[in-house]
Design a protein around this ligand. Structure first.
Ligand SMILES: [Zn+2]
Length: 138
């Protein structure tokens, strides 16, 4: 039996985010009222409740906030990916703006909290790209 990785399904709140991902751009909602970004995308600002949101392309650079390594796959579609490090990056664009994704260490790099990291995107299906986190140099 073939197993397939789950594919994200964009909704009204996340459509701009996933569209940006297909062109390797990190696009996040920013509130017109309080100017704060948030993630994951929501229809209303979690900081002030405003529904006036813009989609803004941001720099995907930041620092490692947390990480863990999975040795047991979270589902059959992930068997070939373990051991897999899943990490959280705090983006430089705003304090405590966190994104969780698969995390990879560059050559001669050890993943550690506070290390420089960047978001990049990997295409997993036609017109579907997902965020990944690169720590250190490729
Ligand atoms: Zn707001």
């Amino acid at each position: 039996m073939a197993t397939f990785r789950p594919i994200p399904v964009p909704d009204e709140a996340s459509q701009s985010y996933w569209e940006g991902a297909t062109r390797n751009a990190l696009v996040l909602p920013r509130c017109s009222g309080c100017a704060q970004f948030h993630f994951p995308p929501l229809l209303h600002c979690p900081h002030c409740g405003s529904g006036e949101l813009d989609s803004v392309e941001v720099n995907g650079a930041g620092t490692v906030y947390s990480f863990t390594t999975l040795n047991t796959p979270p589902g059959p579609a992930f068997i070939d990916l373990v051991p897999l490090t899943v990490g959280v990056i705090e983006l430089d664009v705003q304090p405590m703006l966190l994104i969780t994704a698969n995390m990879f260490a560059g050559k001669s790099t050890k993943i550690q909290i506070g290390a420089h990291a960047e978001i990049f995107f990997t295409t997993i299906a036609e017109d579907v790209s997902i965020p990944q986190i690169q720590v250190g140099e490729v």
